[in-house]
Each structure stands twice: as C-alpha cells, then as structure tokens.
Design a protein. Structure first.
Length: 109
C-alpha cells in the first residue's frame, strides 16, 4: 500500500491530478498488475482520512515478478519515481494500516 500525504489545504482537483499521475507511474512498472488510489474518507465511521491522505493499493503480478526484484526493491524503485513536490511518501500494508488508523481515532465524549 502506497500512502502519500500532501498539504492539508490541498484542493480536490489537485488531489485528483496527483492520483492520476501517481497511478500512471505505478502502473508503468512491469511487476504491477493493478493499482487503485483513493483520497479522503469513505462514507463510513471507521475511515478518518482527510482529503490530503491518499491510499493506493498496489497488486503485484507473481508471473511478472523478476527473480532479481524483491518487494523492497520494487518499493525503493517506485519511491524514487514518485518524488513529487509537496507530497510525503509512505509505504505500509493495508491491514496494519487500518488497525493503526482505527487505534488513533478520537471518539467524542
């Protein structure tokens, strides 16, 4: 999971542009089978993401994985290609990411 964060006052149109650019760069890598990014929160009580937080799920193709490329190599290569001004890159796994986000949600009393 690629999870970049941009400036808090980012516009919807800029986030949409960033998503398109990032997804295109990621999808161009031969080891990537599929990529899907979203910005902001879903319409659920368990998603506390602001519009400045992008979540992109990357599915790697086992058939196209080069023997010389590890997951860490792929992340390092993508990270170098995804250096966009105003964006801080982050990499995680989807399940642990959701657990971490849920454990930091503040509940109104």
């Amino acid at each position: 999971m690629f999870m970049p964060v941009t400036l808090p006052d980012v516009s919807n149109s800029e986030v949409k542009r960033l998503l398109q650019v990032q997804d295109k760069i990621i999808k161009a890598m031969p080891e990537v089978e599929n990529v899907l990014g979203k910005a902001g929160r879903a319409n659920t009580a368990t998603d506390n993401s602001p519009i400045s937080m992008i979540e992109t799920i990357i599915i790697l193709s086992q058939k196209r994985m080069a023997k010389r490329m590890t997951k860490k190599d792929i992340i390092n290569e993508l990270n170098s290609k995804l250096q966009i001004p105003g964006v801080t890159n982050g990499w995680t796994q989807p399940i642990i990411n959701r657990i971490n986000m849920l454990s930091t949600v503040s509940v109104p009393m």
